[in-house]
Ligand binder design. Structure first.
Ligand SMILES: *[C@@H]1O[C@H](CO)[C@@H](O)[C@H](O)[C@H]1NC(C)=O
Length: 97
């Protein structure tokens, strides 16, 4: 996956990155890294977002300010139904897996 920096957050195609916020609770699991979480969240229809610590979540709101350098990624509705390839065609980035 091709990524680039927006503010302090990596950008993942199909997600809106917000620096310095997090959503507490509604965890599905921790997939270890933002990279794994992005892949896993895109595979799960009930995943609505994830954070840069690797937590994938069934809800992406409300977002609360976080003092640690965390980024929250909100899935863009309809952009990632079944595969990352689909996300790429909808997103602003040109990803390559
Ligand atoms: C995320 O974690 C689950 C459960 O351990 C695992 O089955 C899945 O392969 C992981 N996904 C990625 C992209 O690492």
């Amino acid at each position: 996956m091709h990524v680039h920096l927006i503010a302090a957050c990596l950008a993942f195609t199909g997600y809106i990155a917000t620096p310095g916020v997090d959503h507490f609770g509604d965890d599905i699991r921790n997939n270890g890294s933002a990279w794994n979480a992005a892949t896993e969240c895109s595979n799960l229809p009930n995943c609505k977002g994830f954070n840069s610590n690797g937590w994938i979540k069934t809800a992406a709101a409300p977002l609360a300010p976080e003092s640690s350098p965390v980024c929250f990624y909100t899935k863009i509705p309809g952009s990632c139904h079944s595969s990352l390839k689909m996300c790429e065609t909808m997103g602003a980035n040109h990803g390559q897996n």
